[in-house]
Design a protein around this ligand. Structure first.
Ligand code: DAT
Ligand code: MG
Length: 140
């Protein structure tokens, strides 16, 4: 498997609790490189577009309101098999079901406020990276 990139977000519950360094340490210990990173305040429009695939789900309004409730850190991660590796390091969507040692098991408070986002496929990673970064923002 060649080097690939994935898109990551440290969500508002992470920035609120001053956990960005702790989460980044787990990312780097897993061998993923943070090749771009920016702290932003997501607009409602950005959050709605980003989570468009979930727009019919009952939690959509809550999700958009949470993602815009505080700053987030958007990131590009690079490494061998980065998409699958980051999903593994993140743990299950619901922290109650996440494996020991994963980011969500260690830090997440609930299924809605679950600390991190990671792309679910290489194809979606490209789309999500392009929503927040220009090629010239990424230094690998
Ligand atoms: P993931 O973030 O693991 O890819 P997902 O794509 O199914 O999970 O859902 C996107 C986000 O939506 C998830 O990180 C948190 C929120 N969410 C998912 N299921 C939820 C639920 N049952 N109740 C509240 N929020 C939920
Ligand atoms: Mg998802």
């Amino acid at each position: 498997m060649a080097t690939e990139r994935t898109f990551s977000i440290l969500k508002p519950d992470a920035t609120r609790r001053n956990l960005t360094g702790a989460v980044n340490a787990v990312i780097e210990e897993a061998g993923l490189r943070i090749v771009a990173q920016r702290r932003i305040r997501m607009t409602k429009e950005q959050a709605e577009k980003f989570y468009e695939v979930h727009k019919e789900r009952p939690f959509f309004g809550e999700l958009v309101s949470f993602m815009t409730s505080g700053p987030v850190v958007v990131q590009v991660l690079e490494g061998e098999n980065a998409v699958a590796k980051y999903r593994e390091v993140m743990g299950a969507t619901n922290p109650a079901q996440a494996a020991e040692g994963t980011i969500r098991k260690r830090f997440a408070e609930s299924v809605g406020e679950n600390t991190v986002h990671g792309s679910d496929s290489a194809e979606n990673a490209k789309i999500e990276i392009a929503q927040f970064f220009k090629d010239s923002d990424i230094a690998a």
